[in-house]
Design a protein around this ligand. Structure first.
Ligand code: ACM
Length: 455
């Protein structure tokens, strides 16, 4: 029988010290002292910096750019002297932005970078969503993917990487919930790959990390499992080629048997699904909005108005259709007052199931509408819809490329098509920008979406 090459994998489970890169380097270095012949060593998430930051400032202060990093320099030196590849979490800074990243470090240089896509809990306060997709990397040992901690919750991520050819997915983690380690055999088995989850141990402020780093084979068996609390380095030899065999029975192949055309949600056809998804999205956005009081929303929202004023389309516009904001919407009152003598300002009024447009002629001319308690204009009905140059549109959520989720009444979707010439701008709080909105043929797209910057 042909003897195939084995790869030695290491899981280095330890407790990083919050904010202290030098100490973390020393701790890792000490644990590597008696370690030889490991081909790929997997370290935890944010191994350079620790995890549970009190503020973005604290996270920022122990972040490093990949080009100027004590932590990367250390890993480079270790990779070279030990002839070992490393996969390690790092608190990465690029410009002014932070990413919860993991590097793949070869003996000569960084060979791969992954930036965490599914941010967990308060990480959303500090880190940007990963913008490098989900690549896999070729190494002398085989094809490797990287996911970070809470990414584990998303089966699509594991599947995608496995379909791209990953034989091993390295999974630096700082797990606090007790579920992931037991889910790993499912992912390894259904994708017929190896998974290497290195978790951290110990406590930071109010968080206790759950340890139990695991390495699982393509049959879903635990090959390594570390303790709950111990700092430890576990290693094992595996044959990555085992991950190439997707066959389950003479008649079944885990990949060839996929019926991928049946797994697509066809949103246009499936109205019920779309309505359900929109309802869930609306609830989610409302929950996020409820974290702020009216004053905070107003302060954040003012930035969107400032950006709007800067837009050439705004500056050029003579006639503007805009909304008189409710307390939970991006605030428009000041902008309207500021420009009411320079531009013609048109506001909506709910009449039956559609919007009637009327000219704004001062705060005293507004009255409380019957349907939604919105302040509505009482000025002249405005019918020259083609003369409107710019429409400023509220929404519950937008995507960056212009899809909009309204409150559900469909008023704007019925009105905007009549504003044939208008440049349509959606304005949003930061948490109202999401990556996907299920849309229908009658959903109106924005020409531009402005998101307030939160800091
Ligand atoms: C996590 O994603 N660090 C739980």
């Amino acid at each position: 029988m042909q003897k195939t090459k084995e790869t030695k994998i290491g899981l280095l489970q330890f407790a990083p010290v919050l904010g202290d890169i030098n100490t973390n380097i020393q701790k890792i270095d000490a644990m590597l002292q008696d370690c030889h012949d490991v081909d790929i060593m997997v370290l935890p998430e944010l191994a350079s910096s620790g995890y549970n930051f009190a503020s973005r400032e604290e996270a920022f202060n122990c972040s490093e750019t990949l080009h100027q990093s004590r932590f990367i320099n250390f890993l480079t030196e270790k990779a070279r002297s030990m002839n070992t590849w490393f996969v390690s979490g790092i608190n990465e800074r690029e410009g002014n932005l932070l990413y919860n990243s993991a590097v793949l470090m070869g003996p000569d240089r960084i060979e791969g970078l992954y930036r965490k896509i599914h941010l967990f809990n308060r990480e959303k306060l500090f880190f940007e969503t990963g913008n490098r997709g989900m690549p896999v990397f070729e190494t002398p040992f085989g094809t490797i993917g990287i996911l970070i901690c809470f990414d584990w919750m998303f089966p699509e991520a594991w599947r995608l990487m496995a379909l791209k050819g990953a034989q091993l997915i390295c999974h630096p983690s700082n797990l606090v919930l007790p579920y992931c380690q037991n889910a790993m055999p499912g992912y390894a088995l259904t994708n017929r790959i190896f998974t290497a989850t290195t978790n951290r141990v110990s406590q930071e402020r109010d968080l206790t990390f759950t340890g139990q780093s695991v390495l699982v084979n393509p049959e879903g068996k635990f090959l390594l499992k570390a303790g709950k609390r111990e700092e430890e380095l576990l290693t094992i030899n595996i044959n990555l080629e085992d991950a190439n065999n997707k066959r389950m029975t003479p008649f079944n192949d885990a990949f060839d048997d996929r019926q991928s055309n049946l797994y697509e949600l066809s949103l246009k056809e499936d109205h019920q699904t779309m309505k359900r998804e929109k309802k869930i999205l609306r609830k989610k956005i409302k929950r996020q909005k409820n974290r702020y009081n009216e004053d905070e929303l107003k302060t954040i929202g003012q930035d969107a108005m400032a950006q709007l004023e800067e837009l050439p389309e705004f500056q050029r516009a003579k006639t503007i259709f805009i909304y008189w904001s409710l307390p939970d919407e991006v605030p428009t009152h000041e902008l309207i007052e500021k420009y009411r003598r320079q531009k013609k300002i048109i506001l909506p009024r709910v009449v039956g199931d559609h919007l009637e447009l009327r000219e704004y002629s001062g705060i005293e001319s507004l009255e409380t509408g019957h349907s939604y308690g919105i302040q509505e204009p009482t000025g002249m009905v405005f019918t020259d819809l083609e003369s409107i140059d710019l429409a400023v549109v509220p929404g519950l959520a937008f995507t960056k490329n212009g899809e909009r989720l309204g409150r559900g009444g469909g008023y704007y979707d019925r009105t905007l098509p009549f504003l044939a010439r208008a440049f349509k701008v959606g304005v949003a709080f930061p948490f109202q920008i999401i990556s996907r909105i299920p849309t229908d043929d009658h959903d109106e797209r924005m020409d531009k979406v402005i998101a307030a910057r939160s800091n």
